[in-house]
Design a protein around this ligand. Structure first.
Ligand code: SAH
Length: 347
């Protein structure tokens, strides 16, 4: 039986060094190989790697990038939405967005999601599997190759719950920021979570200066449990306490995401109550990122008409708040919708 090959793009530089030395080659080759694979090059494309080593590597390692199954380009703002196919035929989505501060890629962390948020398309079919670190990196590498542009910022806000795939997410963060690889600074990376308290505590001790985004979406437990089942396990007080601990330990300001849903969480009184809980639990600055709901056919929830009113109320109460720009609104850019469509059409 053939031995399982290493998934080389998931390996650290030190791991690659070990393999290169075991293959009887000089250690410095590892850095070159690590550089090539992070550009999406393999085999003969690794031009300064001797043919014999290219072959030996192919015997013990495998290298695969996600392939572009569908590609939608927004006519409004140049946003590109990718449906990527993985090695086992599963689909994930990534979104390439142009901002003044650079190009941002929104990546997926799992195939599907098991968190069950009521407004979200990604969770409708449950979770199939976790993504490997190589598959998270692969989205960035494939998008850079496809667009020909450098990606300088990454947000883990695509399909999946990154902290439900904790170890692979941490490995990914270390790999993506390696100066010999993609070299994207951790300060330019946001990790978004629906609020897994133990994992937030663990993350605070990793020494990774990422931005933590927490999907709050509600000002009390009744509203939050109604739209986010995870709140039954980790109610708001516990979640906000862990956010405060995170801030105290890392000094990194937390960004709270708040999707405004008509008749659910979007009243002026709601804004007052949100400001009050943030002031009560977070002893420092924080930021609220208001997201107009992207309507998903299956959920029947509607976008709020009070986005600016809600924002202005928060600001008048001393809470930092901005409304997320809607990019790619003509291409169904909110996460999970393309994969869902593709799955339906496959049947
Ligand atoms: N699982 C992580 C990251 C993926 S979701 C999390 O929950 O944070 C990224 C963000 O998009 C989250 O804030 C999520 O609540 C929000 N979101 C999901 N579906 C949405 C929709 N239909 N409209 C607006 N925001 C949505």
């Amino acid at each position: 039986m053939e031995n399982k090959k290493y998934d080389i793009l998931s390996l650290t530089l030190e791991d690659v060094e070990k393999i290169v030395v075991e293959l009887g080659e000089p250690k410095f080759r590892a850095k070159q190989i690590f550089g090539w694979i992070n550009k999406g090059m393999w085999g003969a494309e690794m031009r300064n790697i001797p043919l014999a080593l290219q072959k030996k590597l192919e015997d013990v390692c495998e290298f695969r990038l996600p392939t572009v199954k569908r590609r939608l380009v927004s006519k409004l703002d140049g946003t590109v939405k990718y449906l990527f196919e993985l090695i086992d035929g599963e689909y994930i989505e990534s979104v390439f967005m142009k901002y003044e501060h650079g190009n941002t890629l929104c990546i997926s962390s799992q195939v599907g999601c098991r968190m069950g948020c009521k407004f979200c398309a990604s969770t409708l079919l449950g979770r199939v599997r976790d993504l490997e670190p190589s598959e998270m990196l692969g989205q960035i590498i494939a998008a850079q190759k496809d667009t020909g542009e450098r990606i300088s910022n990454v947000v883990m806000m695509g399909i999946g719950e990154p902290l439900d795939n904790y170890d692979n997410t941490i490995s990914f963060l270390k790999l993506v920021s390696n100066e010999n690889g993609l070299n994207i600074g951790l300060r330019h990376i946001s990790v978004s979570t629906c609020g897994l308290v133990e994992k937030i505590d663990r993350l605070s001790g990793e020494g990774l200066p990422i931005t933590l985004s927490v999907s709050l979406h509600a000002y009390d437990n009744e509203v939050r449990s109604g739209i986010m089942p995870v709140n039954n396990k980790y109610p708001i007080e516990k979640l906000l306490d862990s956010c405060n601990r995170y801030f105290q330990k890392t000094g990194r300001r937390i960004s709270f995401e708040y999707t405004l849903i008509a008749g659910k969480n979007d009243t002026q009184e709601g804004a007052c109550r949100l400001a009050a809980i943030l002031k009560k639990y977070i002893h420092g600055t924080c930021h609220v990122n208001l997201i107009p709901l992207n309507e998903v056919e299956e959920t029947r929830l509607e976008s709020s008409k009070n986005v600016n009113g809600f924002k202005n109320k928060l600001i008048s109460l001393g809470i930092n708040a901005t409304v997320r720009r809607r990019l790619g609104s003509d291409i169904n850019a909110s996460c999970g919708q393309l994969r869902r469509q593709e799955k339906k059409e496959d049947k």
